[in-house]
Design a protein around this ligand. Structure first.
Ligand code: CU
Length: 335
């Protein structure tokens, strides 16, 4: 009698345990497949020794929620040069968002700065007067859009004068992957945002910006940072670069010295593929996806500068380096 009671209790506990286990699993599966949240007040992209340009794949979550704080920050824009920036998330560029076509993208922007700002998503099809409205200090805005168009898109503050808000650092990239992935498998992926700073000491030089006379032209917010800290890839890698040009004024004539682009997807639509391209222009407010392969027999082990081929801008900082494998160093690399 006692034994059978024990058996019954044990069986009951087992059933309860299995039930709880199933609920936990169901919950986990639901979280994994339905919603992913990222709070950029808590997670900041590493900017030391260089802004982290490496990308990871987007998750399977069909809903991606991002909380983006607007905050003032003093940032490094060149070696030994600091600047009083206005930012999304405390860095320039702001955080990298990555979603897939078909995902619902939930945006919450909180203005933690002392002046009005806003946010404008080039990847969204949404009424601008609603989603991109002015956000007063201590206020926030929230909206959802469905990502419909693959590519590398600019996100920026759209508060007038927009020139001032962009030159102050208020931009970030959003990458939208095709629903079924890219036509080729990349071994390494990087994001590069080109932009300009117009400075007088640590602050903005408005007349210089109106004259389009940049002090610095940079990839990912700091002059020459990838010349000093190269992007590392391996021999044989197919490398995919998501290039966004935040401007506010200069076109990025994107080129890799010693390589030819296998494929370029203007705006990031795989059906728009170009092949065998040396240089491709990305306008302010635009983006494109670039691919090249560092084959052993062609563009193999070595160092490959990436530049805007508008060389006054390269001289002002828009030069970086891709290091393929562990090449012998040469003292007289001219770029
Ligand atoms: Cu702003």
């Amino acid at each position: 009698m006692r034994t059978s009671t024990h058996k019954l209790i044990s069986l009951g506990l087992l059933v309860v345990a299995l039930g709880v286990g199933a609920l936990v699993l169901l919950g986990a599966a639901r979280r994994g497949s339905s919603i992913e949240s990222m709070d950029f007040d808590r997670v900041q992209r590493s900017t030391s020794p260089a802004y982290d340009a490496r990308l990871t794949r987007p998750s399977e979550a069909g809903v991606k929620a991002f909380r983006i704080p607007i905050k003032d920050a003093t940032i490094d824009i060149a070696s030994g040069v600091t600047y009083h920036a206005w930012t999304f998330g405390g860095t320039v560029p702001g955080p990298v968002l990555r979603v897939r076509v078909g995902d619902d993208v939930r945006i919450t922007v909180v203005n933690e700065s002392p002046m009005p700002h806003s946010i404008d998503f080039h990847a969204a099809r949404i009424p601008a007067n609603f989603a991109y409205r002015t956000i007063m200090p201590h206020d926030s805005v929230a909206f959802t859009f469905t990502a419909r168009d693959a590519g590398a898109f600019m996100v920026h503050c759209g508060t007038p004068p927009v020139l001032m808000h962009i030159m102050q650092g208020m931009y970030l990239p959003i990458i939208v992957d095709p629903r079924d992935g890219w036509p080729t498998a990349a071994d390494k992926e990087f994001v590069l945002v080109q932009s300009e700073f117009y400075t007088k000491g640590q602050d903005a030089d408005w007349p210089a910006a109106m004259a389009k006379n940049a002090s610095y032209v940079v990839f990912n917010g700091r002059a020459f940072q990838y010349r000093d800290n190269p992007l590392q890839v391996e021999v044989g890698d197919r490398v995919r670069l998501f290039v966004v040009n935040a401007g506010p004024n200069a076109t990025s004539d994107f080129h890799i010295v010693g390589a030819v682009f296998d494929r370029i997807y203007p705006d990031g639509d795989p059906s728009h593929a170009l092949s065998g391209v040396q240089t491709y222009a990305v306008p302010p407010g635009g983006g494109a996806v670039f691919e090249t392969v560092f084959d052993r027999d062609a563009s193999g082990e070595g160092q490959y500068p990436f530049v805007t081929h508008s060389f006054a801008d390269a001289e002002k900082g828009a030069v970086g380096m891709i290091q393929v494998g562990m090449p012998t160093m040469y003292a007289h690399l001219s770029h």
